[in-house]
Design a binder for this molecule. Structure first.
Ligand code: TXA
Ligand code: MG
Length: 348
């Protein structure tokens, strides 16, 4: 199949893309977090195509994307006061809320669960397409299952060329890591996957916010089925280091001496300044993400850097992480998976 590219589509093209989605096509869409692989969330055959294109396990549910709060009503049994407050505060934005589903939502969308995940993206073009489609759009990240999520149309094309009907290109995603997924029960919010909306931000609006125990302990069955699968994995073997810039640089230099094959470094400006006085960095693929502990910049560059290292044939990646606080919780959740749990906390 030929994959058509719509770069910054016109109003007429937006109508056409909306119709394609309504009629069962799979179209990759930009959002503020990562690119999504969209299909009609009420059409089981269309959603089957998503699972096929991604090679995704069928028990892993999809998020339904809507253009507004109003569009949620037919999809759920009820909207609690807390859920309502969360939507009013954080939508449009990177918060996905799971609520008891109505009969309208097929089990194909929820992986057999009785709850449906809902999100209204903070991306104007995406919302215009959702509006034009007139149906909720199921959209997982637009990567082959297990690989880093795409934050540009080029990255989508790399994984999905010939596998989907179209890609809407609106440049790079603003945030770079996926939405926060929460389950809402009465007045309690459980974070199933950390993301752009942090625990602190949620606590400003609701009294009780907890992490799903699986996220904290790694034990038991995660409530978000996707959390149990291999994820965000680059081709090279990755290790994540966290600590002061000097300590990180020292440990990177020590590790580099033990590695053979092309190396990729994802590092802060400050750590890089120490590192290049310690070792010859001219032959490594080095990406400086921004200033030390700048989690916004790291979130923005993480997946794109891992995909760039794949392109360069890097066999070992040494990446500098951040403190697991605020937005850092989401970043370290992703880096831990990319690194297959090789996280090194370096001391001074
Ligand atoms: O930012 C995002 O959320 C992106 C963009 C495209 O919107 N989408 C995304 O989708 O990351 P995906 O499919 O890659 O991840 C969805 C996560 C998975 O971990 C899945 O298991 C969980 O949400 N999830 C979906 N529906 C659920 C439900 N009903 N109950 C619990 N977890 C659910
Ligand atoms: Mg994903």
């Amino acid at each position: 199949m030929e994959t058509k590219i719509y770069k910054y589509p016109t109003e007429k093209e937006i109508e056409c893309i909306g119709k394609m989605l309504r009629d069962g096509c799979v179209v990759a869409l930009p959002t503020e977090t990562v690119y999504g692989l969209g299909a009609n969330g009420l059409d089981e055959t269309a959603m089957d195509k998503i699972y096929q294109a991604k090679g995704r396990p069928s028990d892993n549910p999809l998020i339904l994307h809507v253009p507004s709060m109003e569009a949620v009503t037919p999809l759920v049994r009820e909207i609690s006061e807390t859920a309502n407050r969360l939507m009013e505060t954080f939508w449009p934005g990177p918060l996905t809320i799971t609520l008891p589903k109505s009969d309208l939502v097929p089990y194909r969308a929820t992986g057999g669960l009785d709850r449906v995940a809902l999100r209204c993206p903070n991306h104007e073009l995406c919302r215009s397409i959702l509006q034009a489609a007139g149906v909720p759009i199921a959209a997982p990240s637009a990567n082959i299952s297990g690989r880093p999520s795409p934050t540009s149309a080029e990255a989508v094309l790399h994984d999905m060329k010939g596998r989907i009907d179209a890609i809407v290109d609106a440049g790079n995603c603003q945030i770079g890591v996926e939405s926060t997924v929460v389950e809402v029960n009465d007045n309690k919010v459980t974070i199933l996957r950390p993301g752009g909306i942090t625990k602190d931000m949620l606590e400003k609006v609701v009294d009780t916010v907890v992490y799903d125990t699986h996220m904290v302990t790694g034990n038991g069955v995660p409530k978000a089925p996707g959390m149990k699968y291999k994820h965000y994995a680059p081709d090279g073997e990755m290790t994540t280091l966290v600590g002061d810039p000097l300590a990180v640089a020292r440990e990177m230099a020590r590790m580099m001496a033990t590695l053979s094959g092309p190396i990729g470094l994802l590092i802060s400006q400050e750590a890089y300044e120490f590192l290049h006085t310690m070792v010859d960095v001219s032959k490594v693929h080095c990406i400086i993400y921004g200033h030390h502990q700048d989690d916004t910049s790291l979130a923005n560059k993480l997946y794109a850097s891992l995909l760039e290292f794949n392109k360069q044939g890097v066999t070992h990646i040494l990446a500098e992480g951040v403190k697991s606080e605020g937005m850092g919780v989401a970043i370290m959740n992703r880096m831990e998976k990319s690194s297959d749990h090789r996280i090194v906390i370096v001391k001074k």
